[in-house]
Structure formats: C-alpha cells, structure tokens
Design a protein around this ligand. Structure first.
Ligand code: UDP
Length: 327
C-alpha cells in the first residue's frame, strides 16, 4: 500500500483524514508532536512522534516511509489565541510548514495537500468568497495560513511541488462510527462548547457579540462535516496523482448559519436548551464567512452529503456522549 504522511494525524481533522485514507487503500503515517493531538486518536496507521521544526526527524520519517504525498494538518488554529500570541502562529505554523515543505522537496515527495482556511479572506462585507477573492486576513491565524500558501506557490515555481490548497470554512461533526471525534483542550469551538454547556460539563456558553451587522446580530459561518471535508482531501490527493496540477478549493456548503441559529439547531437535536449568555465580541472574528463557490463539487466531484447542521450536531452529540481520549 502507498504511504501518505499526515502531519497532525493525532488531531481532530487529521485523525478523520487517516481513517478516510485507510478506507481509500492508503497507509496514513501520522507525524505529530502531541502538543494538542491525542495518541489514542492514531488508529489507522503507524505513528511517528516529532515536531515540524525538527528537520532531522522529518528527514528520518521521509526516508523510512517514502510517502507518495503529504497531507499537512498540523497547526495552531485558534483565532483568539493568534491575536494574543502572534509569535506562536508565525513560528509554529509558518516556520514549521516551511521546514516540512523543504524536507518533502528534498525527499522527492512532490504532492502536497494543505489545510488552509477561509480566515485568509478576512472580513469582506457582501462579497462572495470564491477561490479568486482577495485575501486580507484580520487575524494572525489567517495571516500565517496565507503565508504558507505563498510558500507553496514559490516552491512550485522553483521545485515543481504540486499542491492542493483547501480553504476550510467551519469544520464540525465527528466520525459516525465513533472511532474518532473532536476533542480539544482547551476547547474554543462553538459546537463542542455548546454540547459541554448542555451536558453541564461547563458553565453557560458565551455568545461572542450580538451587535454584528447580521439579521440577528451574531456572526455567520458556513459549517462543513469533518467526514465530508476529509473525503475532499482524498480526492485532492488523487487529483495530484492524476497530474492535474496545483489548485485551490474552498470547502464549505455555501449556506451560512448565525450563532443563534446553531443554538436553535442544537436544542432541536438534543432536546435540551443551551444555557448561554451574551458577551463582548472576540477580537479577530469576522462578521460573515460563507463559501461562494462550488469548484470542489464541479472539479473534484466532491459530494458533501453529511454537511447539514442537524447531521453535524447529531454526530458531534453522539461522540460527545461516548467518545474521549486519554494521552
Ligand atoms: N463563538 C461564540 N462563543 C464561543 C465560541 C465561538 O459565540 O464560545 C462564535 C464565534 O464568535 C464565531 C462562531 O462562534 O462567530 C464560530 O467560532 P469557532 O471558534 O467555532 O470557529 P472560527 O469561526 O473561529 O473558526
């Protein structure tokens, strides 16, 4: 079987990607420093502990497995933290990715699938966000991801590195079979925090601002199921294997939901009210991020079939009640 190097394979999206790769007949090799990932989440292939900034360790792993491609998920990804500690994001995300990209090119591994973000677009009122929209990130997280996109383009020009960039909108849900799911410590994302508040694991959810220029005053996001998202990654890898060239794809559904609408759907799915209060805006938050493109559907043949809000919350709720990891 062909090996694929999966950085961040012990994390939320990376672990689901490993399952999808295994199902598609590849061997996912997880490379993770376990700073935020979970050893227990590595279930579908070998595990190599290491840090992206450790070039010698990366060289060793490329040499051992000779992967046919890289899926690069490992990153810090909290908007709020990136505003408070931008240095962490530039060092870990940008410098770490650069080291990885250099190691991949040196090893002759020239297929690279990168997890980027809609946060690279920034706050663009009334603009349809498609892959050729301008990128004006308003937080260090988005800026760090945009910088990595630039590095990939330069490495393509200089070294022929073929890459697929996926700009994710808001990823939610969990493996319906319950093998892997979302578990961050600390948790900062809306849906798991809501489920924690419902089950009494933490106090009321704070809604970050209800004075945005949206119909109900709360921020609007485009939510996509983690299983649909990782399916797109497998299609992206196959796209590169078919020599179709470097390409950027948004991964969203095109439907936006406000924080209040997500709260209402959670109540409907769980039959329980979400204890919440209104707080101030969170620095770095965009008003509205909704994908305006179906390029992934049209060109990759992507079918995001689980990405209804109801299904995402229901899968997350099942995982929330049964799944957990220990280090
Ligand atoms: N949000 C919120 N309270 C929280 C966490 C998130 O109101 O405790 C809001 C946040 O302001 C944003 C949306 O929920 O509008 C999604 O935030 P999340 O952190 O899940 O993802 P992000 O959009 O930052 O990638």
């Amino acid at each position: 079987m062909e090996n694929v190097l999966v950085t961040g394979g012990a994390g939320y999206i990376g672990s689901h990607a490993c399952k999808a790769l295994k199902t598609a007949g590849f061997t996912p090799v997880t490379f993770d420093n376990l700073a935020t990932g979970w050893r227990d989440a590595v279930k579908f292939g070998p595990f190599e502990q290491g840090d992206l900034q450790d070039r010698a360790r990366l060289d060793e792993v490329f040499d051992k497995y000779r992967p046919i491609g890289v899926m690069h998920f490992a990153a810090l990804s909290q908007v709020g933290e990136s505003m408070a500690e931008p240095g962490l994001y530039w060092r870990n995300n940008v410098s770490g990715s650069l080291t990885l990209i250099e190691a991949a090119v040196a090893a002759g591994c020239k297929r690279f699938v990168f997890s980027s973000t809609c946060a690279t677009y920034g706050d663009q009122d009334n603009v349809v966000l498609n892959e050729s929209s301008a990128q004006y990130p308003i937080n260090a997280y988005g800026a760090s991801k945009r910088a990595i996109e630039d590095i990939l383009r330069d490495f393509e020009a200089a070294h022929g590195l073929q890459h697929v960039i996926f700009r994710y909108f808001n990823v939610a849900g969990a493996d319906p079979e319950g093998e892997v799911g979302e578990f961050h410590q600390p948790e900062t994302h809306l849906i798991p925090l809501m489920l924690d508040a419902i089950s009494g694991k933490r106090a009321a959810l704070t809604v970050f601002g209800d004075d945005y220029p949206t119909p109900d005053g709360t921020c609007i996001r485009d939510y996509v199921h983690v299983c649909d998202l990782v399916d797109a990654h497998v299609l992206g890898l196959k796209w590169l294997q078919a020599d179709k060239g470097s390409r950027v794809f948004n991964l969203g559904t095109g439907s936006g939901f406000s924080v209040r609408e997500v709260l209402d759907h959670s109540r409907a799915v769980t039959n329980q009210r979400v204890p919440h209060e209104i707080g101030p805006r969170r620095p770095g938050d965009c008003t509205k991020l909704v994908s305006g493109s179906s390029r992934a559907v049209e060109e990759l043949g992507w079918r995001p079939e689980r990405s209804t809000l109801q299904q995402m919350i229901s899968d997350a709720w099942n995982w929330h009640q049964t799944g957990h990891y220990a280090k």
